[in-house]
Design a protein around this ligand. Structure first.
Ligand SMILES: Nc1nc2c(ncn2[C@@H]2O[C@H](COP(=O)(O)OP(=O)(O)OP(=O)(O)O)[C@@H](O)[C@H]2O)c(=O)[nH]1
Ligand SMILES: [Mg+2]
Length: 279
């Protein structure tokens, strides 16, 4: 059942939404992870809804909270470079692999860079994915500088005119300023050979409102162009995607819904909104 199903059924046949128990709706929206700011703004808008066109009005209200920026991956010629960033364990490496697999399946050439050089296991994890999906992975020696791996990968991609270079970076706490500065460096060295077309921030959908504060700090450090919201399978209460977009005006480009390669899709805003409303 969608979080607005009750609202819609109660308001049916009423001329205004006035007799509703707004507190009940408020608790439902908060429980769905919409967060306090978005919840009160939706309730304010919803008070003017009339019974007859409740569904259409609600759809319009929720759509107005989403970002209007483009959701498809930006393309640069001849190579699009996508840098993947985020805090620890959000699903960056998995998402890099899933995105690579999607792009490859659509006929594009793809190269991966393992710029998470802090742990040998991180490089191995991407290499394992690379061999599983049949995509080459550029890596450095253990302890190499992330920026140097990114630089090598960008030079290779430029030389070979690879269509997509996806760069996996190490998870970092958004309150560690030196690590945040390192991301800027990674971006600058890539730009010596190729423009960076996207910086995608990966947010774990189960972290709820904390995802919003992560996103705020990452956007201050690097120019985040889009979001990947992961772990929307499991216990995530769906509303967090809307809360993030409405707070930051950064479009969600992809969502992750599981650990497997196929559990990944472009974010479909219309379907998402109707899912939120009607379930
Ligand atoms: N259920 C679920 N699990 C996911 C999803 N995406 C990633 N995971 C799992 O989350 C865990 C962490 O994923 P990683 O891709 O290693 O995350 P990361 O951000 O690269 O982690 P660090 O590099 O350590 O910061 C793994 O067990 C993944 O299988 C998802 O959409 N749904
Ligand atoms: Mg990783």
């Amino acid at each position: 059942m969608g979080i607005f199903s009750k609202f819609i059924s109660k308001i049916k046949g009423e001329s205004t939404a006035d007799p509703l128990d707004w507190q009940e709706l408020e608790s439902e929206l908060l429980a769905a992870d919409l967060g306090p700011t978005l919840t009160s703004s939706i309730i304010k808008d919803a008070k003017s809804i009339k019974g007859d066109d409740a569904l259409a009005s609600l759809t319009q209200i929720l759509n107005s909270k989403l970002s209007s920026k483009q959701r498809v991956l930006s393309k640069s010629e001849p190579t699009s470079v996508v840098v993947i960033v985020g805090v620890n364990g959000t699903g960056k490496t998995t998402s890099v692999a899933k995105l690579a697999s999607t792009l490859k399946a659509s006929g594009s050439s793809v190269l991966l860079a393992a710029a998470d050089t802090f742990r040998a296991a991180a490089v191995e994890q991407l290499q394992t994915w690379g061999s599983r999906i049949g995509v080459e992975v550029i890596s450095g020696k253990e302890g190499a500088e992330p920026a140097s791996v990114a630089f090598d990968a960008a030079s290779r991609a430029a030389q070979e005119k690879v269509e997509y270079l996806l760069i996996d970076t190490a998870g970092r706490l958004h309150n560690k300023s030196d690590l945040m500065a390192e991301l800027g460096k990674v971006k600058r060295v890539i730009e010596k050979s190729l423009p960076v077309s996207e910086v995608l921030l990966v947010i774990d959908g189960t972290t709820g409102q904390n995802g919003i504060s992560q996103a705020k700090i990452f956007t201050e450090a690097v120019d985040v162009t889009g979001l990947i919201v992961t772990k929307l399978d499991g216990s995530a209460r769906g509303g967090v995607a809307l809360a993030i977009e409405s707070a930051l005006d950064i479009p969600i480009k992809f969502v992750g819904t599981g650990e497997a390669e196929a559990d990944f899709a472009a974010f479909d805003a219309d379907r998402y909104i109707s899912g939120l409303i009607e379930g």
